[in-house]
Design a protein around this ligand. Structure first.
Ligand code: GDP
Ligand code: IMO
Ligand code: MG
Length: 434
């Protein structure tokens, strides 16, 4: 019996999941998203051509792989249609191999308005949401007000839609936020709404399935499945830097509820981390560098959000957060991305502990947003050589190998792959997949 392997982010998102899933999916029959929505932006570079996926799993560029949007994902039909159309321009016909779970909830245009209204009402305490409607749609799901994709086939769909939209509008008027003139992805609300309905019509021609049965059947037939995480562990609603998090379970446990697989059917867990850290949006980030070094990382790593274009905050690698993420997910193999970005830094720092007053801790602290925790750093030598065109790990500079070894010894999980550029070819295996 096969198991579902998982690839997920160990930091604050944007670790390079899209790129690595594209590479790993060669070895799988199926790639499945299990949580999040179009707040994700997963970038793939294939022969110099760049693609950003928001909802569609990153296995879509492999013609013969099935790609599933699982029940734990929330779908904005408008954005999904746009994505399907943009793939069509690249000669990828998603209708052949994209499957959608009936139980995935829908993001209504008014969820997006509500997202903006809540952010507005929070003032300085805003989360820095991508404004894709994620928080309000997951809220409606757990409050049992949500609408699932499968409803589009039933006659009461429009009434459900109208009742929920009216409720949203009542809340928005209470929040005293004037949405007139507010555009959704540059489109006026009414137009967005009308295209949203057209999109639900289009989706009727896709394979809308009982995802949980389908996936378990595939496992029984020994098909191989890779679950693709969105966001990152430090944005998990339960364990991340709450309230500066997203609204889903980004950790491995989310695979079970987000696809309908039992815990015993989860196999390898690949955890992906950049060679340093980034974060987009508000919230604690202990190793953040608000200085020329951070700016240099942003420039060299081209650290601008794939979904919103916002500059990403940059900082040194944080092993307190990384150990925590490895523990929560049961990571069996690590993957490092953006190793190339650190070439040319004379000295590199890695945070191994936090200090608060006279106390030093290796626990990711509950009160991180209230109290001042400063990172305790180890310093390592940098390397000059560019890594982008490295043919194998053996050719890498010694200082880089020391950097890798230092992390492995600190977190006690080995690296299995290292990525040294955005293109799908710029990655090498350093160990057998564990
Ligand atoms: P995701 O959300 O985890 O899929 O990551 P994003 O796509 O939002 O951000 C990662 C960015 O880094 C994208 O622009 C990728 O093309 C790029 N990228 C991925 N791996 C590497 C790498 O090893 N080196 C460099 N320089 N860029 C990379
Ligand atoms: P991928 O899958 C980085 C951040 C937002 C904000 C917070 C809540 O590309 O790694 P939300 O829209 O979910 O209400 O935003 O989470 N965020 C991400 N940051 N990568 C992502 O996805 C993110 N998805 C959400 O910036 O701080
Ligand atoms: Mg991203």
């Amino acid at each position: 019996m096969t198991k579902v392997d998982v690839l997920l982010g160990l930091q604050w998102g944007d670790e390079g999941k899209g790129k690595v899933v594209d590479v790993l999916s060669q070895d799988y029959d199926i790639v499945a998203r299990f949580q999040g929505g179009a707040n994700a932006g997963h970038t793939l570079e294939i022969d110099g051509d760049k693609h950003i996926l928001h909802l569609i799993p990153s296995g879509i560029f492999h013609e013969n792989k099935i790609n599933i949007i699982g029940n734990g994902v929330i779908i904005d039909p408008y954005i999904l249609r746009k994505e399907i159309i943009s793939l069509r321009h690249k000669k990828i016909d998603a209708s052949r191999n994209l499957y959608l779970s009936k139980k995935a909830h829908l993001i209504l245009p008014s969820h997006r308005l509500l997202d903006a209204a809540y952010e507005f009402s929070k003032g300085n305490l805003k989360i820095g949401s991508t404004l894709k409607g994620i928080g309000p749609a997951y809220t409606d799901k757990t409050a049992r007000n949500g609408i699932r994709l499968g409803e589009i086939f039933y006659s009461g769909f429009y009434d459900l839609y109208k009742a929920l939209k009216d409720q949203h509008m009542r809340i928005i008027s209470m929040l005293d936020w004037d949405y007139k003139g507010f555009q959704l992805d540059g489109v006026p609300y009414e137009e967005y709404e009308s295209q949203w309905f057209e999109s639900t019509e289009m989706l009727k021609h896709f394979r809308i399935i009982d995802g949980e049965y389908f996936i378990n059947q595939c496992l029984n037939e020994n098909k191989t499945i890779l679950a693709e995480g969105a966001q990152g562990t430090m944005l998990d609603v339960e364990f991340g830097t709450y309230p500066y998090v997203t609204s889903s379970n980004t950790v491995c446990a989310g695979v079970c509820t987000g696809l309908g697989v039992a815990p015993g059917r989860v196999g390898k867990v690949f955890g992906i981390a950049k060679a340093y850290c980034t974060r987009v949006g508000s919230g604690p980030f202990p190793t953040e560098l608000n200085d020329p070094t951070g700016e240099r990382m942003r420039m060299k790593g081209n650290e601008y959000g794939s979904t919103t274009g916002r500059p990403r905050r940059c900082g040194w690698l944080d092993l307190v957060a990384l150990r925590y993420a490895i523990m929560l997910n049961g990571v069996t193999g690590l993957i490092m991305t953006k190793a190339d970005v650190l070439s040319g830094f004379k000295l590199l720092k890695i945070c191994t502990r936090y200090r608060r007053n006279n106390e030093v801790t290796d626990v990711f602290p509950y009160g991180i947003q209230h109290e001042n925790f400063t990172p305790v750093y180890e310093e390592l030598n940098g390397w000059e050589q560019e890594l982008q065109s490295l043919g194998s790990y053996e050719e890498a500079p010694q200082a880089f190998k020391e950097y890798v070894k230092f992390i492995e010894e600190e977190v006690r999980v080995p690296f299995i792959q290292i990525s040294t550029g955005a293109d799908r070819k710029q990655i090498f295996k350093i160990r057998q997949v564990l």
